[in-house]
Write a protein that binds this ligand. Sequence first.
Ligand code: MG
Length: 365
Amino acid sequence: MSCASVANPTQFPLLADPAGYVPCDWNLTADPEQRRYWLGVFRSQFPRLLAQAVQVAPAQGASEAAARKCADIARDDFFAYLDAVTEKPDRFGRLDILQICRARERALRNAAIADPYVTAKDDENRSALQLLPEVIEDVDALSEAERWTAVVKGVFAGNIFDLGAAETAKLFQLGELGFFSTRKKLKPRPWLIDDLDKWAARLQAEGSYRAACVFVDNAGSDVVLGMIPFVRELLKRGTTVVLTANATPALNDITHQELTPLVHDIGRWDDLVGHALRDRRLLLISSGNGLPLIDLTHVSGVLAQAVERLDVDLVVLEGMGRAIESNFSARFACDCLKVAMVKDHGVARALGGSLYDLVFKFESP
Ligand code: MG
């Protein structure tokens, strides 16, 4: 992670229409019903986040009393923001989920709360790593034709580890977010958006991509059991992969700092990942982002440079925040995949679907 790259954000070079790009196209200023829903979601989730922050404080060397004080400061700050935009939605400009996420992270940082989910992420990374050899073995044993379906189902199943969504956070508390059981219970095809056949046909007809820029979402099973097998498939076909994670913590999203040792650990026993790291065909680069959504006009300079240098011809946005709540209508100058499990009622409604629907959107310019 480079501080300079975070401090000097730049535009993602592959936006098809930078001038017309809107990161988050649900305008809550103009939609009272949506606005009420989302402000309610943020208001009801924040205490859970603060409770987590207090819980992990002793392990980080802070007293519980001090942590409670920080939590109170953050709550007052963020709730004052929510009250302000409830009363006057356009008080800080156009209101959207991205802006509310920014206000939430700002309230946490101002109260010196760095990373409430640090322990949950670490625990989940560890248990996911134990399952990875089995997942890889299963995938590698499949025929070429079966492999993408299996890998994409793995991405969906892993993406359920989302502590930002009320439904899945509840399941996590109950210990009901198992990767294999989730994969078995996924909704059948055709998914809500199902371009998998189109994607397979593209690979068949035009061969491999030169380089892919893959925006990952959550820690644990999401990145380890979902995205690593996905990335391995790209690597097998000779594609160079830039794996890009957040610069700073947001909910249970994996950060670049966490992802780097994790992937190097995998590379110690998995030859495919190990060789790709050594040959610099697998690169880990901070996105510069610090939110569960992403504004592609604010990515790190290093990421933008790598995308240009490698002549990236595939963009992958993974997870509800990056692929649906933001960037759903973003168009790119190259092929793009938007892949996510729908874990929120509001998101489901906006897509005309229902909870746990699956999105595999493939777009060509
Ligand atoms: Mg996330």
